[in-house]
Design a protein around this ligand. Structure first.
Ligand code: AHR
Length: 658
């Protein structure tokens, strides 16, 4: 036999052995293990990939306050349109004057292109609002939704009149009901008659937002977050917390109060990658810290804000100490943290609690966690974090502090990070790992050896970046499912885990894979989303020990590519077992639920595909989704037994009533 034939024969023999062999998994259902934290599986949100402006945040108008560095970015103008900068909102002073021209056919108008167009749905209502004044007498506006590429007689398909009657700045509103569903509509505003009008903060919002909130979230995207049943919601980033320099860092105080007066910030993802370059990507801050807290409440997740630790992005500034705040000048940053806790939890009589109440939420947001620093490493970070920890502990001893081990999944900086977090007694350490297939398959035991007495783990950003190409596909999601059995088995030390990033606009992404994709009217959940959801919705209340020949099942030698974990849900009296077959052929599995009595059928939930490169898409949003099933249980000597032939490349969850 030639070498290639021998290799093939050996591989075939190994596959046949693995296929024929019964893999006996033992679950001890009598000994209830560590509690699974309610925060265990959650969401990490960052305004990357047009996740906020142009995505989750419902606003459809880009550059609504004319504050982009190029005043008319996102707008086209015709006729007599001028810009002024003494408007009614101090931090957004620019506005436009639309003046009718002396010529009948020289129309004056402004047109907004939205974010890759404006998405509207037939029959849905959209709220157009504008701050306006008409110093020379009533001015008449015509507000339209248009199809700029229309081949029909008229570009406009919705047109409403709006009279600006007052000489003082006043907010006007008109409802537009769309007669079409389209992704790339535009908003056009004509001025008619003789009198000019000043316009500021031109806004168009779906009336039908998630939970019907004003200044709310796009309904389908908000619902997708809720459907995950997340335990924790981390915001607002990510690298945008740091900014490329301190001037452009995220400042939560700029993101609260009336939206009209929230100052614009650049978004570092506009220019980070030359191959995915978006010069019109800014942060309006319309989705700000009040909205993040409100959203956390709406989706039932614990809020986890991340604040700047006095450092600009280390990737951009590497060893440059001067890029960061001198350690002697950190007080305003520390005060920001303390004020944020007061904003979230303080009584309505406190300075910041009052601001929250005035915004519409007198009750506390019940904040329990705060993260200080996003993805920092080295002495730069450790010495800056220290005074934050001291100040937070002194004023708010019950708030749990999340530190970070930096961007590496292991290695020198990672170890130093953990050592420093232990020394500073951080409650949790935020680990980040965007790693390839081999890493996910070989790190199933990652947390088994972690120190049980130190800080807890927050796997705050992770995803399998498979095939070196970093796109969403089934195989990467399957390996995430496999790896996550290790999170679950170690729920005594892993208290939170959030996949990253969360959202991506199909035309505006900078980073992939991502959990949820969308265009202007549609969205779909990736297979990775369903993996997360299968864990989050079936996390149980306590870990149950699960072994194969006495060892944890984590794709180890002799385990035939199987990964598994088990929990019990004390509320529903259900044993839940998760098994992932990462192998290329089916695996015979015998699941011994020792201590369980009886032989009922078990419910199953299965995620599988025979195309490793496939995922869901806008056109096929349910190409690969979990499927319900049942499997027969038998009464064995020590308890209930399930014999199952688990297909190749499959993630299956078994539910057995106690
Ligand atoms: O999730 C994308 C980026 O990855 C985050 O902004 C950052 O924290 C990490 O480097």
């Amino acid at each position: 036999m030639k070498l290639r034939q021998v290799t093939f024969a050996l591989a075939l023999a190994a596959t046949m052995t693995a296929t024929a062999q019964t893999n006996v998994l033992d679950v001890n259902t009598s000994k209830i293990g560590a509690p699974v934290q309610s925060t265990m599986y959650g969401l990490f949100f960052e305004d990357i990939n047009y996740g906020a402006d142009g995505g989750l945040y419902g606003e459809l108008v880009k550059n609504r306050s004319f504050e982009f560095p190029q005043t008319f970015m996102g707008w086209q103008t015709a006729g007599d349109v001028t810009v002024k900068n003494d408007g009614p909102f101090k931090r957004n002073p620019h506005y436009v004057t639309l003046t009718p021209t002396a010529h009948k056919e020289r129309h004056t108008a402004i047109v907004n292109e939205g974010y890759f167009g404006i998405g509207v749905r037939k029959g849905e209502d959209y709220r157009f609002t504008v701050w306006a004044r008409a110093p020379k007498g009533t001015a008449s506006l015509k507000v339209q939704l248009i199809d700029p590429a229309s081949m029909g007689e008229n570009q406009e398909f919705v047109s409403r009149k709006l009279d600006v009657t007052k000489a003082e700045w006043t907010k006007y509103e008109v409802k537009l009901t769309s007669t079409k569903t389209m992704n790339k509509a535009q908003l056009r505003i004509f001025i008619e008659g003789k009198n000019p009008a000043d316009l500021e903060h031109v806004s168009l919002f779906p009336v039908n937002t998630f939970k019907n909130r004003d200044n709310g979230m796009r309904r389908d995207l908000g619902q997708a977050l809720a459907d995950m049943h997340p335990g924790v919601f981390r915001f607002p980033g990510g690298c945008i917390v740091e900014g490329v320099d301190l001037d452009t860092r995220y400042r939560w105080k700029n993101t609260i109060g009336p939206v009209e007066d929230r100052p614009l910030n650049e978004n570092r993802w506009e220019y980070t990658f030359a191959h995915r370059f978006f010069p019109d990507y800014f942060q309006s801050n319309g989705l700000g810290f009040y909205e993040y807290f409100q959203l956390s409440e709406d989706i039932g997740a614990e809020p986890l804000p991340v604040l700047n630790v006095g450092m600009a992005c280390q990737y951009q500034n590497w060893d440059n100490e001067a890029a960061h705040v001198p350690t002697t000048d950190l007080q305003p940053y520390i005060q920001d943290c303390l004020d944020l806790i007061e904003f979230a939890n303080g009584s309505v009589d406190s300075k910041w609690g009052k601001v929250r109440a005035e915004m519409g939420h007198p009750a506390s947001f019940n904040l329990k966690f705060i993260a200080v620093g996003n993805e920092q490493w080295g002495e730069f970070y450790f010495k800056r974090l220290e005074p934050f920890v001291k100040a937070i502990r002194a004023k708010y001893p019950n708030i749990k502090i999340v530190g970070t081990s930096g961007p590496d999944s292991e290695g020198k900086n990672f170890d130093l990070g953990w050592e420093a977090m232990r020394k500073q007694k951080a409650d949790l350490v935020d680990e980040h790992f965007y790693r390839p297939e081999a890493w996910f398959l070989s790190h199933g035991l990652r947390y088994d050896s972690y120190d049980r007495k130190g800080p807890k783990v927050f796997a705050g950003e992770y995803a399998c970046h498979g095939k070196g190409k970093k796109w969403n596909h089934f195989e990467a999601s399957l390996y995430e499912a496999a790896f996550m059995t290790g999170l679950e088995r170690n729920a005594d030390v892993v208290h939170m885990a959030t996949y990253a990033p969360l959202f991506a606009h199909v035309e505006g992404w900078q980073w992939r894979p991502d959990l949820i994709w969308f265009d202007n009217t549609r969205s779909f959940k990736s297979v990775s989303y369903y993996v997360q959801q299968m864990y989050a919705m079936n996390k149980g209340t306590n870990v149950l020990k699960l072994t194969m020949n006495g060892k944890p099942v984590a794709g180890q030698d002799g385990q035939n590519g199987l990964f598994a974990s088990s929990v019990v849900d004390k509320n529903t009296n259900t044993v839940i077992v998760k098994v992932v077959n990462t192998g290329a052929s089916p695996r015979q599995v015998s699941l011994n639920l020792n201590g369980l009595k009886g032989a009922q059928n078990a419910r199953t939930l299965t995620l599988a595909s025979n195309n490793m490169d496939a995922d869901n898409s806008l056109d096929k949003p349910e190409n690969i989704v979990p499927h319900e099933g049942t499997v027969v249980c038998q009464a064995g000597k020590k308890g209930t037994v399930i014999n199952d032939n688990l297909p190749a490349k499959t993630f299956r969850v078994y539910f057995v009533k106690k």
